[in-house]
Design a protein around this ligand. Structure first.
Ligand SMILES: NC(=O)c1ccc[n+]([C@@H]2O[C@H](COP(=O)([O-])OP(=O)(O)OC[C@H]3O[C@@H](n4cnc5c(N)ncnc54)[C@H](OP(=O)(O)O)[C@@H]3O)[C@@H](O)[C@H]2O)c1
Length: 148
């Protein structure tokens, strides 16, 4: 996540991430002014300003109290993969550079359930080019057959 993107989160959001991502945030601290939810299997896990949940069921049940649009899944890979089926929108920063990496976000361009619905102009940070991209889940057109 880029620093600029992190700044763009509205301050009322609920940020839901994995324990390793929490450790990668500045100072390993909870993001201020919002609800921080961390998934961990460690029942003894405690951190100031953080609500720990210990599995998907507990996470989904805790998150029910918040409006859907205020819930942001902030990674990392393990968390993205588990929560993606519950997400309607993905905000992806595409950076025009190939880094060595050991964790990845699923490639939504290869996923037929998702489509690009908005793209920013190209941005630059020194010599690095990047763009903000919004993906939305394709809505199923459900047709219900009347059962005899
Ligand atoms: N570029 C970006 O946008 C971005 C965004 C986020 C993160 N990242 C990077 O991604 C890396 C971390 O990603 P990651 O995939 O290795 O780790 P992660 O998803 O951040 O966290 C994994 C941890 O979450 C807990 N967990 C996962 N599934 C769980 C479940 N079903 N129930 C209970 N706990 C569960 C476990 O914690 P315990 O081990 O405590 O049990 C697990 O070790 C970091 O380097 C971070 O900087 C990048």
């Amino acid at each position: 996540m880029t620093r600029r993107k992190r700044r763009n989160f509205p301050s009322t959001t609920t940020e839901n991430g994995g324990r390793k991502t929490m450790e990668s945030l500045p100072g390993g601290q909870a993001l201020p002014g919002r609800t921080n939810v961390v998934l961990t299997r460690n029942r003894d896990y405690k951190k100031k300003g953080v609500t720990a949940v210990h599995g998907m069921d507990e996470a989904l049940s805790f998150l029910k109290q918040f409006p859907d649009d205020d819930i942001y899944i902030i990674g990392g890979e393990e968390i993205y993969r588990q929560f993606l089926p519950y997400c309607r929108t993905a905000h992806v920063t595409r950076i025009d550079y190939a880094y060595e990496a050991d964790t990845h976000f699923p490639d939504l361009d290869q996923d037929p359930d998702w489509q690009v619905t908005a793209e920013s102009d190209e941005q630059t940070y020194f010599s690095l080019c990047y763009e903000f991209c919004r993906y939305d889940r394709k809505m199923e057109e459900k047709t219900y057959e009347k059962k005899e």
